[in-house]
Ligand binder design. Sequence first.
Ligand SMILES: Nc1ncnc2c1ncn2[C@@H]1O[C@H](COP(=O)(O)OP(=O)(O)OP(=O)(O)O)[C@@H](O)[C@H]1O
Ligand SMILES: [Mg+2]
Length: 512
Amino acid sequence: MPALSRQGIDKHTIEFNVASSLLSATGLRKSFSNNPVLKDVDLSVAPGEIHALVGENGAGKSTLIKILAGVHKADAGEIKLAGRKLVLKTPQDAIANGIVVIHQELSLAPHLSAEENIFLGHFPRTGFGTLDRTAMRTTTRQLLERLKIEIDPTIPVARLSIAQQQMIEIAKAISFNARLLVLDEPTAVLDSGRVDTLFELIGRLRAEGIGIIFISHHLDEVFRISDRVSVLRDGQLTGVADITSINKDWLISKMIGRKFERHDAQARATGEAAVELMALSAPGAFEDVTFSVAKGEIVALAGLIGAGRSEVGEAIYGLRKPNAGALRIFGKDVRRSNPRYAAAKGVAYVSEDRKALGLLANRPVRENATIAALARFCRLGFVGIAKEKAFVGSSISELDIRLASMEANIATLSGGNQQKVMLARALATKPKILVFDEPTRGVDIGAKREIYRFIEMLASEGVAIVMISSELEEVLRLADQVVVMRQGRVTATLPKSEASEETIMRAASIGA
Ligand SMILES: Nc1ncnc2c1ncn2[C@@H]1O[C@H](COP(=O)(O)OP(=O)(O)OP(=O)(O)O)[C@@H](O)[C@H]1O
Ligand SMILES: [Mg+2]
């Protein structure tokens, strides 16, 4: 097999010096119930190198780093760190050897303080064996100072923003004396300002000689910070290159194995108003928000994280109670809404936080896709399995969800494919109004285009779409109208013709 799987690997890179390698993983293989997910994959990282790992959803990126993290055991292959062969049976083994992974889903204990989180599992002890709070505080302050992280380490993590929590996770990793730090899609939850801060931090770690593996679906980020890149496709390594020797087209062709077709948006006719917000306010969330979405129209809510966009989406779906102003759905005043009522009016909602608000953990994909629309598949109180399966089957092919079977546990799907199941769920209700909060989070670039096409198709069928997105490219590509929010207020309402990166960013950051 090795000969076959190594075929087509494009080594644009200058010959890698094995002597200077920090991580050298070779011939890694992994199958899940006879389904090969990694096929003889090599990966090497030098000290002080930022190595990007890219590939489509389900390509095997997370699986690869879970092997490095001691979460999964490889079926074959070898992992060496600084020339020493490692046997990683548990995450503790990996950490003890200086390999620290920050997974796609953050894992801090929300009720503990930042410093307690940093030292969870390796608290400093006094001579009497009790917790040495003074040492913990001093070490934490030194650590945060060294990393230039400005966060009060004594407040509970639950009160920190996602970006701050991520910083604390990184500080925690460094407190374990990490030599190799692995970040699985760290920027997926950050807006552009926060991404800059994260990259500065990563840059400081690189300067200290720490090796970094960075996973991202944002290719511009890959070009911005990485030194080298490895590409996975269907569990095979298809390319390794110095970042300066390649371009975006090369990366994409290695990722998807074909040339990428551009697709331009078409103009759509829009109809009567579907959703209208008139000076709508919700305490502590947003104030005086006015905009309307017509049938067949895509309205994007743009702005920085924390601007109140998600809260507006929640209000439309009845998850958040407004205290002033009006909300109308198909011309009818909605006074006291709740998700049940909203769903009955044809509203569907895809949350940005699929883990907390969406997925039925450890249930089959089929149930996850149809839970919101069971009534549609029921007759005389029984779920019509055949009808249900037909729907799920067609969603799987329409959205190109990669999975073993529709009975597979949702937890076994890759991050991007879980996201697509959430989209399928919303569509199962045949909505007339769709609220999408970050619909393409964690989705690879090929699948993104598919989802865009899909959203446009829904709009052309008359569905009114409210899309909350932190990706400017996505907003500019899809939206007929862009509503920009800042600190809970609307700072600009831009028709497509006036929406540009500049006008949106200005309204989002300085409110003018
Ligand atoms: N615990 C598991 N059991 C069974 N299959 C799994 C398990 N974990 C991952 N897989 C499968 O392995 C494949 C690779 O998944 P992985 O999570 O590594 O992809 P990824 O490259 O990280 O994708 P994404 O960009 O969507 O996060 C997928 O087909 C996935 O369904
Ligand atoms: Mg992943």
